[in-house]
Write a protein that binds this ligand. Structure first.
Ligand code: PMP
Length: 996
């Protein structure tokens, strides 16, 4: 629109309008008297002054044209988009209310729009950056205009607050006139504390130009003069002068402290300062290094303190990218000035994991080359380039920061003090005074101080990485540490200085952290060399590089709360389990043909968790393999071939297991049931034909764990057949039967009896009934109480055996019991185990009765190359130990209860939630288009899952209609995690796409 209006003229374009930013400051001042609160009056006065001052030198460079002048969210029309559930798909289709159109600064248009977008946001500047980037794409902004954006946005906020104060007096009941007032005040308060430069640089970054004007000049100077620098650190030699250490020749070891580092095995916790000190200094000793080096521009997972967390729209982002170089040396080691300097500031940053005592030095140098004085060009950097005693355009300032120093510097050094190149001015500090880190110097170069004193961010948000690289270029331009990882400069990222390529005494990681392939690159390579039917979670796929407890970390070090991976049962990479595997692997890995303690120890330990007569164990390597073996055993024992399975059930990925899994053979690409496979109705009390009487429904899911069913309503009339339910088989109408809760299980089991009768009539005899005691792929279905007892009875009467597939739900997950079948009060004939058994190490098992084991002993050897090997047994044993020692079954019960209650509470607010069910930490939330007809809301479920990912919580969808949110986290999930998940779902379901 502004492009179209560039040449537009109108006789009234020059009218006087109080919203016109040309008159911003005057309008604010004129309205100040209407602001009643003196503190607010002062805020407005101060901010309007600050913004006007920034703006004044830029005015000659601003274009003028007729603009709409009020592009706020009340004036924008938006269509629904093609995918109604995807807010990103919506398009602006119109703009209304041209009442503020006026001939003014063209850039004022985007400043006004962005000022509104910032209101009420956790991260207003990022929100504004999106608007700026979009506008710049359509109508490129000049550099002066980029600089004017932020002051204009600020002036708009001031104008809005000032005029609202007046209008409130004139029309106290007109709410619309003051809609922006409260958020505008809040935003102004917040911006008062912030730098005015950072927004300018962020907007330049959004426009794709050099984000920090002049930073290239500093880099150019350092590239040609960095080698003249004096050493920054040294060694204290008793009784003698300290020895400066030239890092280009001193033996150094470069640590890999990146988020996916494997250098330290099971590394100490980030907060374990003693552990880290020991680990790092021992490693330096082993590597014969005098100095340990922590890398620049490295994504780390150390920054766990709240100070590293930035507010963002529902998605916390952690500052993880290290913008300095760390030099690890004993506490007390000397620190020298690399160049002549003036002390800029000295401060104690005393927060946990902060810098402790910190110094910033200012250096002034003669700029290099033809563009050396670029930074002083009009409009480029009008703010806060402090060059008080230097003639404009001659001196190029930059700063160096020294963090984690010894406390004596706080007394010994003052700002303004001059230091000569090579002069010692501080010592490396120790914990806890240094912010509680292993002793080291954090050394950082700064091209613009952002007006800060004594402090400057040492780690940056990944989303602002380019900007921070410009604010803090590579300190190795000064330190000149050789790069052990790269022989030549070819292929190195540009920020690694050429000097780094010279051979020296460095060991360890390459200076530039090879962050691996991008998401797009991995997808492309997968397409080339991996089967096309391997699926990828999420429309925006995740690259995950580390797991810890209930968190997964992406390549930017950002944590995702894992609410879906039940395989890392006792937590991702549990140190106890990792250690057990590591030890065992270094000692022996062989097979069950040799005698070994671990095999029998582990078998006994597993059997001890099971009821009699389940006492004979066969070890395998996966759940599919376990079910395969169970099938062979059942057939050997009964001499029959046929099997009964539950609709929607899943038992594995091998040929026979796909044949046994309705989830697969009835699903896409499936070929329907084989003649030897017989399905029985899924015992789904929510969507199936037999349902609890309405008054009993709410407590249904939680009653299956063996607790008593709620009392029946005294006079209940079953509304049988009154509702028209949706059926998963394509909209056919079911006759519903409403029963007391306690009768549901037996009623569904009667369906199995009918199947067995039909089989008998057709001459089929069952070898087995395979059943998941809590159905997973079927949609997190809790079997109604009494189902398995009746079903087992029917199958046994028909001569078959009962196989409980515990692959998903065993090992304490259901909370009340160690095995899920126990919640149904039955003892199966065969139990199959898998997924959580090895916490991610591929393990499975079949456990059965001596009688069935004897039948299976047909003369054919049963040999499994990997099943039951000493490494697997050690790992499996460690998992059982951790489960016991950390009380994880009880945790699953308590946290699962909290989730169930919290999610059920949400049902009252969100009609999209049809059902909440589950046992322990195995839960499902079924989304339906309306609660009465229970039509599956598949698209919405997908959207909710994707939104959870945006908020950094991982879960999945499943069920025959893929409309059930699956929650099955590692067992270390906490009450706090449960609350986060619940409030996140609440927040997502309040979003406007749900209401459309
Ligand atoms: N049974 C059930 C109930 C399962 O959920 C699965 C895996 N999702 C399997 C068996 C197969 O296990 P695996 O993929 O380890 O072979």
């Amino acid at each position: 629109m502004d492009r179209a209006l560039e040449d537009f003229t109108h006789p009234a374009q020059g009218r006087e309008l109080k919203w016109d930013l040309k008159h911003g400051e005057r309008v604010v001042r004129e309205h100040l008297v209407h602001v009643e609160d003196p503190a607010r009056m002062q805020l407005l006065d101060e901010m309007a002054g600050r913004f006007t001052e920034c703006l004044r030198p830029l005015l000659p460079g601003l274009r003028l044209s007729v603009i709409h002048g009020d592009a706020n969210d009340h004036n924008v029309l938006v269509d629904e988009g093609r995918a109604w559930m995807d807010p990103r798909d919506r398009r602006v289709t119109g703009l209304v209310d041209f009442g503020d159109a006026v001939h003014s600064y063209t850039v004022g248009e985007v400043a006004i729009a962005a000022a509104y977008v910032m209101l009420g946001k956790d991260d207003p500047l990022t929100a504004a950056s999106h608007v700026v980037a979009g506008y710049h794409k359509a109508l490129p902004l000049r550099k002066e205009e980029m600089a004017a954006l932020y002051p204009l946005m600020g002036l708009r906020l001031c104008t809005s607050a000032a005029i609202s104060a007046h209008q409130k007096k004139l029309e106290p009941h007109n709410h619309y006139l003051t809609v922006s007032e409260a958020p505008a005040w809040a935003l102004l308060e917040r911006l008062r504390r912030e730098s005015t430069d950072l927004p300018h640089f962020l907007f330049r970054q959004a426009c794709g130009v050099e984000s920090v004007p002049g930073s290239r000049g500093v880099v150019r100077w350092l590239e040609s003069h960095g080698h003249e620098a004096a050493p920054v650190v040294g060694r204290d030699v008793a009784g003698n002068l300290p020895v400066p250490l030239d890092l280009s020749t001193t033996p150094v070891h470069i640590f890999d402290l990146s988020v996916d580092s494997g250098e330290f095995g099971v590394a100490p916790e980030p907060e374990d300062v003693e552990g880290w000190t020991r680990t790092l200094f021992q490693r330096m000793e082993t590597m014969d290094a005098v100095v340990g080096v922590g890398r620049y521009d490295e994504v780390r997972r150390w920054y766990t303190s709240d100070i590293f967390q930035a507010p963002a729209e529902g998605t916390p982002e952690w500052r993880t990218v290290h913008m300095g170089v760390d030099l690890f040396l004993p506490a007390g080691s000397p620190v020298f000035a690399p160049f002549d300097a003036t002390v800029h500031s000295v401060a104690l940053n005393s927060g946990p994991l902060d810098y402790g005592p910190t110094v910033i030095l200012e250096h002034r140098v003669r700029p290099e080359g033809p563009h050396g004085s670029e930074w002083t060009r009009a409009g480029e950097a009008p703010m806060a380039r402090t060059a008080p005693d230097a003639p404009e355009g001659t001196d190029l300032p930059f700063w160096t920061l020294y963090g984690h120093l010894a406390a004596d510097v706080l007394e010994g050094l003052a700002s303004g003090q001059r230091l000569a190149k090579g002069q010692r001015f501080a010592s490396i500090g120790s914990y806890p005074v240094n912010g509680n880190w292993a002793p080291h110097l954090h050394f950082q170069v700064i091209t613009h101080t952002l007006g800060r004193e004594g402090d400057f961010p040492g780690v940056a948000l990944p989303s602002q990485r380019d900007l921070w690289r410009a604010l803090s270029p590579d300190p190795n331009l000064i330190l000149r540490i050789p790069d052990p990882g790269s022989g030549s400069s070819a292929g190195r990222p540009p920020h690694v200085s050429p000097a780094a390529a010279s051979p020296g005494k460095a060991s360890g990681a390459p200076l530039a952290d090879p962050s691996g392939s991008s998401v797009q690159e991995i997808l492309r390579r997968r397409q080339e060399h991996l089967g096309p039917n391997l699926s990828v979670a999420y429309a925006r796929p995740l690259k995950i590089v580390r797991g810890l407890r209930q968190f997964l970390y992406d390549q930017e070090g950002q944590p995702y709360l894992d609410a879906v991976n039940n395989v890392p049962h006792v937590g991702h990479c549990h140190p106890r389990v990792v250690e057990a595997g590591r030890r065992a692997m270094a000692v022996l890995n062989t097979n069950t043909r040799y005698l070994h303690d671990s095999l029998v120890d582990y078998a006994e330990r597993l059997v001890a968790t099971l009821p009699e007569p389940l006492s004979v164990v066969y070890f395998v390597c996966s759940g599919s393999e376990a079910n395969e073996l169970a099938l062979r055993m059942a057939r050997a024992h009964t001499g029959r071939r046929d099997v009964v399975v539950v609709e929607g059930g899943y038992h594995g990925n091998t040929s026979a297991m796909v044949d046994l899994s309705p989830y697969k053979f009835d699903g896409p690409g499936g070929e329907g049931p084989r003649p030897w496979v017989h399905k029985t109705l899924m015992p789904d009390p929510y969507r199936g034909p037999f349902r609890a009487l309405p008054g009993e429904e709410a407590g249904r899911a939680s009653t299956s764990a063996g607790s008593s069913a709620p009392a029946l309503p005294s006079s209940s009339t079953a509304p049988s057949g009154r509702l028209r339910p949706w059926s998963r088989r394509g909209g056919e109408t079911l006759d519903l039967e409403y029963l007391p809760m306690a009768e549901l299980g037996p009623r569904y089991a009667l369906q199995l009896r009918d199947v067995l009768r039909r089989m008998e009539e057709e001459g089929h005899e069952p070898a087995a009934f395979f059943c998941e005691p809590l159905m997973g792929c079927g949609g997190q279905i809790v079997l109604p109480q009494g189902y398995l007892a009746a079903a087992s009875q029917y199958i046994r009467e028909a001569g078959g055996v009962c196989v409980a597939d515990e692959v998903q739900v065993g090992f304490g997950r259901v909370g009340t019991h160690f095995w899920a079948f126990e919640a149904q009060g039955v003892v199966p004939d065969i139990v199959t185990l898998g997924k959580p058994m090895g916490n991610g190490h591929p393990m499975g098992a079949v456990i059965t009765t001596p009688g069935i084991a004897a039948s299976f002993n047909t003369g054919m050897e049963y040999f499994n190359t990997f099943g039951g090997n000493p490494v697997s047994c050690a790992i499996g044993m460690a998992v059982l130990d951790v489960l016991d020692e950390e009380g994880l079954q009880e945790n699953a019960r308590a946290v699962g209860h909290r989730l169930l209650e919290g999610l059920r509470d949400l049902m009252g607010h969100h009609p999209l939630i049809g059902d909440v069910r589950g046992l322990g930490l195995y839960l499902g939330v079924e989304l339906v288009e309306d609660p009465e007809y229970r039509i599956p809301a598949t698209a919405a479920a997908h959207r909710v899952k994707e939104r959870f990912r945006d908020f950094r919580v991982l879960l999945s969808t499943d069920g025959p209609d893929d409309n059930v949110l699956k929650i099955k986290p590692p067992m270390v999930f906490t009450l706090q995690d449960a609350d986060r998940l619940i409030s996140c779902l609440d927040r997502i379901l309040r979003e406007d796409w749900v209401r459309v």
